[in-house]
Design a protein around this ligand. Structure first.
Ligand SMILES: Nc1nc2c(ncn2[C@@H]2O[C@H](COP(=O)(O)OP(=O)(O)OP(=O)(O)O)[C@@H](O)[C@H]2O)c(=O)[nH]1
Ligand SMILES: C=C(OP(=O)(O)O)C(=O)O
Length: 215
């Protein structure tokens, strides 16, 4: 990895269990295909971001792992298999010293330039502190960053924006709608569609159109 580039840790749950709140959003598409497409479009954007030197996917899902490797990411097993924050810690622990970010894998509208903008803001703000980008509603977190020598210390989960603030991280409040648009529900997916979806998720929405029209 280059001295100046970011290492980005992206955990992805097993597709059979992932994105349960989204189940049924596309009635004509198997749920696992939708969960895979969300992650693949997220990874595509991260890998296309010029500020990113290395992408580390933490997953136990064989299809996600294969797609991630093909796209150019590294893959680590989901150890100790103790949830999202443990997966972030595991991924970050295997990285050389440097700027580290943790990003959720449910950002199918993500634009590389918006991620680059947030990562730049994280580096140019107050020195020595963790920074985070809240999700669109403002209660969750999509991106958490740590400077060299500072642990990522992830507090993702319900109410994570408040948890990250309480842990000493500072919010980044730039205009990055595609970064903030995580997809948990059918309404979120529609909002991401309005922003402009990545190609894998867009193709599934197009394929599902007859099923939705019939329903
Ligand atoms: N590796 C790994 N990734 C996880 C785990 N839990 C969540 N993630 C990932 O973290 C991101 C944000 O998680 P959530 O929005 O809670 O996703 P989710 O658990 O798949 O969704 P729901 O079932 O609807 O709660 C998604 O990209 C998930 O794939 C986990 O235990 N291990
Ligand atoms: C994981 C998070 O939430 P959600 O499950 O809503 O994506 C979070 O915002 O930290």
């Amino acid at each position: 990895m280059s001295q100046s580039g970011w290492a980005v840790v992206v955990p992805v749950k097993r597709l059979t269990a992932a994105k349960s709140r989204l189940r049924g959003a596309l009635p004509g598409v198997p749920h696992e295909e939708l969960a895979l497409a969300l992650a693949a479009d997220t990874l595509r954007a991260v890998l296309a971001c010029p500020a990113v030197a290395e992408v580390l996917v933490v997953t136990d899902d064989a299809r996600v792992a294969a797609a991630a490797r093909t796209a150019g990411a590294q893959v680590r097993p989901d150890e100790p298999d103790a949830g999202l924050n443990a997966a972030f810690r595991h991924g970050a622990a295997g990285l050389p010293p440097g700027w580290v970010a943790g990003l959720t894998a449910d950002l199918p509208a993500l634009r590389p330039a918006e991620l680059a903008g947030a990562l730049l803001a994280a580096r140019t703000g107050q020195a020595g502190v963790r920074r985070f980008v809240p999700d669109a509603p403002g209660e969750g977190t999509v991106l958490l960053t740590a400077p060299p020598g500072i642990a990522l210390d992830p507090r993702f989960g319900m109410g994570s924006a408040a948890a990250h603030t309480a842990s000493g991280a500072l919010p980044l409040t730039g205009d990055w709608p595609s970064l903030r648009r995580d997809v948990d529900t059918a309404a979120d997916l529609a909002a991401a569609d309005r922003l402009g979806l990545g190609p894998r998720t867009a193709a599934l929405l197009a394929a599902d159109r007859p099923a939705r029209a019939a329903g």
